[in-house]
Design a protein around this ligand. Structure first.
Ligand code: PFF
Ligand code: NA
Length: 446
């Protein structure tokens, strides 16, 4: 059977943007921004997106289109070495790790969504999301979210993923714009903008290293790089077309949604008197938003709209996580797509249920584990693109563009020489911090 492919540019870009735009933008990003010093964090984060995220995304695109294979086959065939194929297995691990916690959050969102029309959670929004919501109901909604994800991937690249994401993404963009306009009229909006956008240099100085680490982890996560999902998606691109243009477009859309998300959630939070915006921990943000809806006129309708948007964004991302593992089984293990979806679905049913019952497992997967896996994965992909593909990577970079190879050479220098040490550094510091080693002299009070 011929390899599946996108119908064209719009299909690919919206699928890739669908992967990128997700809970990372709507939930992790505002939460992390609030925890790490507001717009001071934003600045560091944007720098890392530009210097590491977009070039990394391009490395994955280049590997994917060049090989027409998912990560294991791509690294093996392009290098001619089985060992590189084994490195590609990291992406399979990444897909499973990601799905195991992401579907749980997706489930929380669905729970809010279905309860919004009646306002069932308005008395006690905290019981539905995050800290105290682990348990059987969370597990059940996780299964529902997983089933929706599997249903789309089951349909294939064109009839499943492309068809779903080309409908979902425009809705997400337009609805967020609409919501941001609506909440701008709420009391407390200007206070919210000040909180969100005011620049706090002291916050950066106090913990520069931690902020860089958090921003780096978030930048990879939000752009979906390091997991091989972008290699997989680009492997369904057959024709000549500018990959740098597509990567830039995906990053711009992703960043726009992150910024928009803050413009929606913070005014909502500040509209509730006494809301504690800086409460830490996953879940606090959406719980605060849910509480705000309970006190707003047309709150039920607005809540439904808001959580529908979040659910669509989350689904278009979880689809891409499942596709990594499914594509591996189809490409390398001779499985049919349908068998693969059912098999992987069954595995994540178990691992996701475990994390829906176990906050410690959930937090480990969603934090250090996923950061480690994505950082290691991206490290492998950029080294591979720059040093193993080398000249072929340059050809692939300029293919379908107007560029001479100058820009491509600069990109290769960045991904081959600058980014690997940076990623290695963040890995090392992350490991030290996990082990509880304190690094006082590195708290660079710049
Ligand atoms: N980029 C997604 C988000 O921001 O929610 C998360 C994600 C999807 C990460 C797919 C990695 C991935 F392969
Ligand atoms: Na994102």
């Amino acid at each position: 059977m011929a390899r599946e492919s996108w119908t064209g540019r719009i299909g690919f870009v919206l699928a890739a943007a669908g992967s990128a735009v997700g809970l990372g933008n709507l939930w992790r990003f505002p939460w992390m921004t609030a925890e790490n010093g507001g717009s001071a964090f934003l600045l560091v984060y944007l720098g890392i997106v530009l210097a590491v995220g977009v070039p990394g995304l391009l490395a994955e695109f280049v590997i994917g289109r060049r090989s027409q294979k998912s990560p294991v086959g791509a690294l093996r065939d392009l290098s001619g070495s089985r060992n590189w194929g084994h490195v590609g297995l990291l992406s399979v691990v990444a897909g499973l790790v990601l799905l195991s916690f992401y579907s749980v959050v997706g489930g929380w969102i669905l729970r809010y969504l279905v309860a919004s029309p009646t306002g069932a959670y308005f008395d006690n929004p905290g019981a539905y999301f995050g800290a105290i919501s682990f348990g059987p109901t969370a597990a059940a909604f996780h299964v529902l979210f997983l089933a929706l994800t599997a249903g789309v991937v089951y349909g294939g690249v064109r009839d499943g993923i492309e068809r779903a994401t080309t409908v979902m993404m425009p809705i997400v963009f337009l609805a967020l714009i609409g919501l941001s306009v609506w909440v701008s009229g709420l009391s407390g909006a200007s206070e919210a903008y000040t909180f969100y956008l005011s620049f706090d240099l002291d916050a950066i100085q106090a913990s520069f290293l931690d902020i860089v680490l958090a921003a780096a982890g978030q930048a990879l996560f939000t752009l979906s790089v390091g997991a091989g999902t972008m290699i997989t998606y680009a492997s369904y691109v057959a024709e000549d077309r500018s990959l740098p243009a597509d990567a830039t477009l995906v990053a711009v859309l992703n960043t726009a949604v992150g910024v928009l998300a803050g413009l929606v959630v913070f005014p909502l939070l500040f509209s509730t008197p006494g809301a504690d915006v800086e409460t830490s921990g996953p879940g606090a943000l959406f719980v605060g938003v849910a509480r705000a809806f309970s006190e707003l006129p047309v709150g039920r309708l607005a809540a439904f709209g808001f959580f529908a948007v979040v659910a669509l964004a989350a689904l278009s991302s979880s689809i891409s996580m499942l596709e990594i593992v499914v594509a591996y089984l189809v490409d390398e293990r001779d499985r049919s797509r349908q068998e693969a979806v059912v098999g992987v679905g069954a595995v994540v049913l178990v691992t996701g249920t475990a994390s829906a019952f176990t906050p410690e497992l959930f937090e480990a997967l969603a934090g250090p584990v996923v950061d480690f896996v994505l950082t290691t994965g991206l490290f492998a992909f950029v080294v591979f693109a720059a040093w193993v593909l080398g000249g072929d990577a340059i050809d692939e970079f300029v293919r379908g563009t107007q560029f001479s190879s100058g820009l491509a050479d600069a990109w290769r220098l960045l991904v081959g020489v600058v980014i690997p040490p940076f990623l290695a550094f963040t890995l090392l510091v992350g490991v030290f911090e996990l082990l509880g080693v304190t690094l006082p002299s590195w708290q660079l009070g710049l």
